[in-house]
Design a protein around this ligand. Sequence first.
Ligand SMILES: Nc1ncnc2c1ncn2[C@@H]1O[C@H](COP(=O)(O)OP(=O)(O)O)[C@@H](O)[C@H]1O
Ligand SMILES: O=C(O)C1=C[C@@H](OP(=O)(O)O)[C@@H](O)[C@H](O)C1
Ligand SMILES: [Mg+2]
Length: 260
Amino acid sequence: MSQLEEIRERLDLCDKKIVSVLEERMDIIKEIMVYKKENGLPILQPEQEKRQRKMLLTHVDENTYKDEILDIFNYIVENSRRIQAKTLFTHNILLIGFMGAGKSTVSTYLSKILASPQVEMDEEIVKKEGMSINKIFEEYGETYFRNCETNLLIELQKKNNQIISCGGGVALRDENVAEMKKNGKVVLLTASPEVILERVKDSDDRPLLRGNKNTEFISNMMEQRRPKYEAAADVVVNTDHKTVEEIAEEIVVKLTRDDN
Ligand SMILES: Nc1ncnc2c1ncn2[C@@H]1O[C@H](COP(=O)(O)OP(=O)(O)O)[C@@H](O)[C@H]1O
Ligand SMILES: O=C(O)C1=C[C@@H](OP(=O)(O)O)[C@@H](O)[C@H](O)C1
Ligand SMILES: [Mg+2]
């Protein structure tokens, strides 16, 4: 055996060790998830990742390959999140609810913490149509926009493990709800009209709220929509005066209850 072959053989051995340790690490992640679930502990715990990172930084502080090792660990942590998500969900998670309930904000956070792809339905439609939601309503009318939503939803249900932020009107069509249920769990986010107003008052990209930014209008529209929203929901989370982290945790806890 040449010297180079001998060195390469050691490298192969090293890779095998890495695979084995990674496997062990991933099994531990799953074990942690089971333990948290069985003992009713918070599942997401972002502060634990920070603690882990700090420990790692201290550990590699003097290491020659510090930067490279930290870079590899970013991928390891990212993939641990993915395993965590797969342990929790095999289906899609769809967020529904009134404008300003926090669907887009919460789905961005969930997608990050679970390393799962996020789909922002409004954004996808804007991209496909090449114009803003306001412009679509103005040029083609609401029914055209609603058809875009239905078509997109059918497309989305072909994939798994996505966090889908629906536009506020998506759950109003029964055929859309049937589509959501084929491969997803539906989370309804709620908020009081006062909180909604506070959240939407400075934004102009919701055509239905143009010139209607007052609690009376919001409250009436919310009441009209409520039966459809509630009928579509697998779980309901009120978002009034809660942080995004608290809402995300509540969603995960409710979705992972045995009856879901
Ligand atoms: N839990 C929350 N606490 C405070 N502000 C929030 C919360 N959720 C969302 N927001 C804010 O409210 C606004 C509307 O949220 P967004 O996620 O766009 O709602 P939706 O997608 O349901 O219409 C955004 O400016 C966002 O930052
Ligand atoms: O409730 C609705 O009918 C709508 C909600 C909007 O999305 P958000 O709920 O994310 O604001 C957007 O799809 C469109 O303006 C119509
Ligand atoms: Mg949104």
